[in-house]
Ligand binder design. Structure first.
Ligand code: BJW
Length: 231
């Protein structure tokens, strides 16, 4: 089986109607990163942060997986490939497309986390700063999201899979946020072939062995079709 590790970012969900971060109409044009994507911002104004994630949770619920998500699920279903999707996205479109082997390295909109005791539970549609933790009863509820300055999830498993892969593919990410932005270098150093599929050249595009540029709903299914057609 060929082992393929696929990193995805906001660009793969863009054509499902979910906003990216760094485009001219992206989320960071309207919201200050320090306010909504850091633990310090959450401590200052939890209501504002909950409002930001409640709106994104609502948008993610109505979005549908697109042809790129579906193509990756089709690749995973082929017995010749051992596919691991490492997504920076906090939506659940990979799972709803049928992918089963998915790591959410930046957390999930659909999870709640108690800042006090570490308990996790499914997020209600609307979270508020006065929600209490079902385990310890304290009012320290936050979205289960990895903010700047926090350690992304399952890094040991990701690094091990990257080093053991035959191919690393990066889809729909600008390559600005670490540690994900460093995966291409780690893969290269481990002798793994690398491929970028993105709307435009990412920050680290020169580090990839091969790059294809275009909308994810076109170039991802095309790449998957080519892989599946191999004898
Ligand atoms: C399309 C498309 C279409 C559009 N088809 N493509 C200095 C140097 C190095 C690192 C640091 C530094 N100072 C601080 C750091 C660390 C920091 C960091 O990286 N900062 C940078 C800003 C420099 N990182 C962290 O703090 C992380 N933790 C950490 O490092 O812990 C320490 C550690 C870890 C491991 C080992 C050792 C130590 C945590 C990062 C948390 C990121 N959190 C966010 C928000 C939370 C999630 C959420 O709310 O959704 O995650 S930030 C935001 O950016 C979000 C995303 O997951 C992440 C990446 O964005 P993404 O997906 O790339 O989106 P865009 O918008 O940037 O790009 C979209 C791309 O798609 C574009 O290229 C488009 O062209 C393309 N596209 N339409 C195909 N149709």
């Amino acid at each position: 089986m060929a082992k393929i590790v696929i990193l995805t970012g906001a660009g793969i969900s863009a054509e499902s109607g979910i906003r990216t971060f760094r485009a001219s109409d992206g989320l960071w044009e309207e919201h200050r990163i320090d306010d909504v994507a850091t633990p310090e911002g959450f401590s200052r104004d939890p209501a504002l942060v909950h409002e930001f994630y409640n709106a994104r949770r609502a948008a993610a619920r109505v979005a549908q997986p697109n042809a790129a998500h579906l193509a990756l699920a089709e690749l995973e279903a082929d017995a010749r490939y051992d596919v691991l999707i490492v997504t920076q996205n906090v939506d659940d479109l990979h799972e709803r497309a049928g992918s089963q082997n998915v790591i959410h390295m930046h957390g999930s909109l659909f999870g709640a986390l108690c800042h006090a005791c570490g308990h996790r539970w499914p997020a209600p549609e609307v979270m508020t700063a006065t929600d209490s933790c079902p385990a310890c009863r304290r009012t320290a509820t936050r979205p289960d999201i990895v903010w700047f300055g926090e350690m992304p999830y399952q890094m040991e498993r990701i690094v091990a899979a990257l080093e053991d892969a035959d191919l690393f593919v990066s889809i729909g990410t600008s390559g600005n946020v670490y540690p994900a932005a460093g995966f291409v270098q780690g893969a290269t150093e481990a002798g793994v072939e690398t491929l970028e599929l993105n709307l435009e050249p990412s920050t680290g595009t020169q580090l990839f062995d091969t790059s294809h540029h275009g909308p994810a709903t076109q170039i991802v299914p095309q790449w998957v079709r080519e892989r599946l057609a191999r004898a």
